[in-house]
Design a protein around this ligand. Structure first.
Ligand SMILES: [Fe+2]
Length: 144
């Protein structure tokens, strides 16, 4: 799979670089290709996997969006919770559905490394990526 990284905000695009970054608006030329970005994070810090691979739960009908039938993708970074400190924290969690970007949770040391995405359509493959300021990019994929 081809992976393109936005040089401005770190967003990842799969298969092709977009004309404009859906997160920050950076132009296509600002993306660089690195198809091995997840493998590199794992290779650089194999012991870090348990604290970085997104742990995902699916909740149906939380009730926050009544009468629409939302499907909630609850994400926590790490089977063992990742630190959230000034020097070591998760920058963001991005959510994709069927390879297309649907949303970002922008994080900071003031937040736990967790997020919830309320999907409108409960079908397909959901990919969750996260970016740790020290340990790079990690991902999880689930099929709804
Ligand atoms: Fe980390």
């Amino acid at each position: 799979m081809k992976i393109f990284i936005c040089g401005k905000c770190g967003h990842l695009a799969f298969d092709a670089a977009p004309e404009a970054c859906p997160v920050c608006g950076a132009k296509k030329e600002e993306f660089t290709q690195n198809d091995r970005i997840f493998e590199e994070s794992r290779a650089n810090s194999p012991e870090a996997e348990v604290k970085h691979v997104p742990f995902v739960q699916v909740n149906k009908e939380c009730g926050l969006v009544p009468d629409k039938g939302c499907t909630d993708i609850l994400v926590r970074i790490g089977k063992t919770l990742h630190p959230s400190e000034d020097k070591h924290f998760i920058l963001f969690i991005d959510c994709y559905q069927n390879g297309a970007y649907v949303g970002r949770a922008q994080l900071s040391p003031g937040l736990y490394p967790a997020a919830c995405f309320h999907l409108k359509t409960p079908t397909g493959t959901v990919t969750i990526t996260e970016h740790c300021n020290l340990h790079g990019y990690w991902k999880t994929e689930i099929i709804l």
